[in-house]
Design a protein around this ligand. Structure first.
Ligand code: AMP
Ligand code: ZN
Length: 494
């Protein structure tokens, strides 16, 4: 395999080789299901989706596991506030996450949940106690002693030499500059959910969840562990300390971290009013394919500035790809083949592969496919694209889409899903006119549209303008834009 990836542990781009022949075992820290996922979350999940798709395209068998954090400080607090069980509280957002993943075209990995692994977590703590790297406090909490792990700080490149031995923190997320013994297991608090276990009553800390579930699913040593850049410290540092203290083996071989995105040049935050869930954007009428395309348009380690202009451009780009495919599948070309087009298809596949092999350079891969579309479209315009050229060009486009997954148009039904969800969530007022239009246009399938256009053209040729005008009005009313070209009518959805 020629894939080279940046490894946060070595701070270098390295050749990626799975530990077992051709079989990649990877784990990503998944969503904390206390709210709807935002576009930052989805940038990270999408980057890992692209990685796993590319590994499969490169011939690897991929075992990909993601946890659902259905148990952490925020969840416990919110469930207590609302007077419901943790399970009742998280079920809605757990389901929403799976729906959103489908909307944005993320192939779901094997999902594992913290609440289903409590007893294994307690056993893990007991073993750490045996190894004397963890201790119990009087009130029944358990902490990991970071002084027992000299490599602590290796992933985040932090130097903790002057740290206070025994200083403790029991929050799941805490100050990034201070190293403290972190909570493995927290004693119960009045009014908050807790579980009975072999080490007493309480609940696991967040860091422990990922160590236990990743090793249970993938083994003590596996190939790659992924997450957003905020997880490097303390979450992943803590996972390494507790896992490697237990097994004496290297935990994950590659650490893959995705850079946070900015929205219109600023950090996304509720107080700045630039905080968007995936559903917020669909309510505004943006297509899932445009969102996916934009989120994948910048390599995962580069800062992505998410803007509404960028989203419009992404929609245009996706439409160009879809139109290109329509032209190639519908066209009547002169017989034979054009060697230039044949080599263009082959070179494009090579360029896409080389770009993705280079630490998943998605923007270069997109550039390669657009170069192909530009050159092939110009050959089409001048009659130089021949019948036998369509198949290799379509195959190159298909290779691109195995990774980027935007060319097949299933935006309509996905937008309809958000349209149908909004009223029950009290968000009917947020449905934009654009979303309404899109949902309406989606009621006609591509085949229906093609059929009506053919009828319209036939009527026009027969000078039956009443019929052709009526058909055109019907299509326009359903938000289908029609353009007359030399090759006949071309259409797209608004
Ligand atoms: P959470 O649901 O907060 O646990 O986050 C789920 C994943 O999304 C984690 O891998 C986070 O690192 C990642 N994440 C959170 N915010 C952003 C952001 N603004 N940009 C990119 N990734 C993010
Ligand atoms: Zn995790």
């Amino acid at each position: 395999m020629a894939l080279r990836l940046y490894n946060t542990m070595s701070s270098q781009v390295e050749e990626f080789h799975p530990l077992r022949d051709n079989e990649v075992r990877m784990y990503a820290c998944g969503p904390t299901v206390y709210d709807y996922g935002h576009i930052g979350n989805f940038r990270t999940f999408l980057a890992v989706d692209i990685l796993q798709r590319f590994l499969r395209q490169s011939g690897c068998k991929v075992q990909y596991v993601m946890n659902i954090t259905d148990l952490d400080d925020k969840i416990i607090r919110n469930a207590a506030r609302d007077g419901v069980s943790v399970q009742q509280y998280t079920a809605k957002y757990d389901k929403a996450f799976r729906e959103d993943a489908a909307i944005i075209g993320i192939e779901l990995p094997k999902l594992v949940r913290a609440t289903e692994h409590i007893s294994q977590m307690a056993e893990f703590v007991a073993k750490l106690i045996e190894k004397k790297v963890a201790y119990r406090t009087d009130e029944g909490s358990y902490y990991f002693r970071i002084a027992s792990f000299p490599r602590y700080g290796q992933l985040s490149k932090k130097d903790f030499k002057g740290m206070l031995d025994g200083a403790r923190v029991d929050l799941d997320e805490y100050d990034k500059d201070s190293a403290r013994d972190f909570a493995l297991w927290k004693a119960p608090k009045p009014g908050e959910a807790s579980w009975n276990s072999s080490i007493g009553e309480g609940r696991p800390g967040w860091h422990l969840e990922c160590s236990v579930m990743s090793m249970q699913e993938l083994g003590e040593s596996f190939d790659l562990h992924a997450g957003g850049e905020d997880l490097v410290f303390p979450h992943h540092e803590n996972e390494i300390a507790q896992s490697e203290s237990l097994t004496g083996k290297q935990f994950a071989h590659f650490w893959f971290h995705v850079r946070f995105l900015l929205v219109e040049g600023e950090k996304m935050s509720k107080s700045l009013g630039n905080f968007y869930t995936l559903r917020d954007l669909v309510l505004k009428g943006h297509k899932p394919s445009s969102i996916r395309y934009l989120l994948a348009s910048v390599p995962y380690r580069t800062q992505l500035n998410f803007t509404f202009d960028g989203l419009q451009q992404a929609a245009v780009s996706v439409e160009r790809l879809r139109n290109f495919r329509r032209r190639l599948t519908a066209g009547n070309f002169p017989p034979g083949s054009n060697p230039e087009m044949q080599s263009l298809a082959g070179e494009t596949v090579e360029r896409m592969r080389a770009a993705l092999d280079d630490d998943l350079n998605t923007s270069q891969a997109q550039a390669a496919v657009f170069e192909m579309v530009r050159r092939a479209n110009s050959a089409l315009d001048s009659g130089l694209l021949k019948k036998d050229d369509a198949a290799p060009l379509l195959a190159a486009l298909e290779k691109f889409d195995e990774i980027f997954a935007v060319v097949n148009d299933d935006d309509g039904p996905k937008m309809k899903q958000v349209f149908d969800w909004a009223p029950a969530e009290g968000r009917a007022e947020d449905i934009s006119a654009e979303l309404r239009d899109a949902v309406q246009s989606a009621q006609l399938s591509d085949a229906d549209i093609e059929k009506k256009i053919a009828e319209m053209e036939a009527a026009r040729k027969a000078r039956n303008f009443k019929v052709s005008d009526a058909l055109r009005a019907e299509l326009t009313g359903a938000s289908i834009l029609i353009e007359n070209t030399k090759e006949g009518a071309r259409w797209r959805r608004k």
